[in-house]
Design a protein around this ligand. Structure first.
Ligand SMILES: [Mg+2]
Length: 405
């Protein structure tokens, strides 16, 4: 089953200004927003006889696209069935070229995902069958809700788990959600690990959130501060979650798990090195009584399907992240939409991943720029806009919800 072609498709997930995700903030360059622009990078691998598999790589999709195209000559002529071997070849080939980062994890992972899709289609079985078989037919999903009104709306759709985020006003937000939804709701908070949040502040936030019985507190610190995670862990009686920015393969996720820093690991199925690495991260997590709740915030629909298959076949699957509405074109660029039932995502049983690209739609949304540029970009010394990654916390009282006199 020789690989004949590896193609990439970069999709701008929404035209500039159309949605909050597609970016109407930040600087403009050539008429294209460079704000919160989202891209999805799809990969299609074709083997002899014309069978195709699809994958998706995040991590920095425009860069990942280049990386996949650089890897393509290595893959052409190889047997698509030898997934573990090909993963190793790609990993070795990226030595000195982003091997251990999320870009490498996205590129290698996108191809890996497509290979699992091909194997499933060739054998006529869904990918979860190849991973040991389904542990469950559906998985709980959580919605994003920052207000009681939004949470109630999602509750009425069947959701029973809800996440809100950021630092400012979060305790009050969570209190309002708990009051509205009662003890039956699972609540999560994502602090998004800002670099200016000190360990002491993260502990203070965690302790203030303890009375609300969170399912987990996500990224209380920036990903670089593993030592700080240990200190938060010891001081806060809440389950901690992290991994969306740590996990580009098994080894990068391992320190979080092996050092006992988290209760929930959050590999992003588009940048954790593919299904091959996802299942290994999950197995390591299982051995440490850590559960898995994949990150999906920047992902498109193909990686969503990959997460569904991967999660359905592991015993320590906790919950999936679901964006009910991010961009109306989300499921137009593919042939299938994951089915929801009572707030749970139904595990697909079609051969392979059970999803394909709708290329006519994909080609309507060519890629643009892709970086998060802060709204205020003066970078003036001595102001909050200085934007050095690690710096004193300008106006910290404002960030913590206390207005200045
Ligand atoms: Mg997060």
């Amino acid at each position: 089953m020789k690989i004949e072609a590896v193609e990439t498709f970069l999709v701008h997930a929404g035209a500039p200004g159309e949605t909050a995700w597609s970016g109407n903030t930040g600087t403009k360059a050539g008429g294209m927003s460079m704000g919160t622009t989202r891209h999805w990078l799809f990969v299609r691998v074709t083997v002899e006889g014309g069978l195709t598999g699809v994958g998706e790589g995040s991590g920095w999709p425009r860069v990942v696209e280049t990386a996949v195209n650089d890897l393509a000559p290595l893959l052409i002529g190889q047997d698509a069935r030898h997934i573990e071997k090909l993963w190793g070849m790609m990993h070795l080939a990226t030595m000195s070229h982003g091997q251990v980062g999320t870009v490498g994890g996205g590129a290698v992972g996108a191809v890996d995902m497509a290979l699992w899709d091909i194997k499933g289609k060739a054998l006529g079985v869904p990918v979860h069958e190849l991973l040991g078989g389904k542990v469950r037919d559906s998985l709980p999903a959580y919605a994003h809700a920052s207000t009681p009104e939004k949470a109630r709306k999602a509750w009425d759709m069947g959701y029973r788990a809800f996440k809100s985020g950021n630092v400012k006003g979060t305790v009050e937000k969570v209190a309002a959600l708990r009051k509205e939804l009662g003890p039956q709701a699972d609540l999560m908070v994502d602090l998004h690990g800002p670099p200016w949040l000190t360990v002491g502040d993260a502990i203070a936030m965690g302790r203030a959130l303890e009375p609300f019985d969170l399912m987990f507190l996500e990224e209380p610190l920036p990903p670089e501060n593993l030592e700080g995670y240990g200190r938060v862990r010891d001081a806060v009686a809440l389950p901690l979650a992290a991994g969306e920015r740590h996990s580009s393969n098994l080894w990068s996720a391992a320190p979080l798990i092996q050092r006992g820093l988290i209760d929930v690991v959050q590999p992003d199925s588009g940048r954790c090195g593919g299904i091959t690495q996802f299942r290994k991260i999950a197995a390591l997590a299982e051995s440490h009584f850590v559960q898995v709740a994949p990150h999906a915030g920047t992902l498109g629909p193909v990686a969503e399907f990959a997460a569904l298959h991967s999660m359905s076949a592991i015993p320590n699957a906790m919950v999936l992240e679901k964006f009910a509405t991010d961009w109306e074109g989300r499921y137009q660029v593919v042939t299938q939409e994951p089915q929801m039932k009572d707030g749970r995502m139904v595990v697909p049983d079609a051969p392979g991943l059970g999803v394909d690209l709708n290329l006519d739609e994909v080609r309507k949304y060519p890629g643009g720029h892709n970086a998060s540029i802060p709204n205020t970009v003066s970078y003036a010394d001595g102001t909050q806009e200085e934007y050095v990654y690690v710096q004193p916390r300008w106006q910290r009282t404002t960030a913590f919800g206390h207005e200045r006199d």
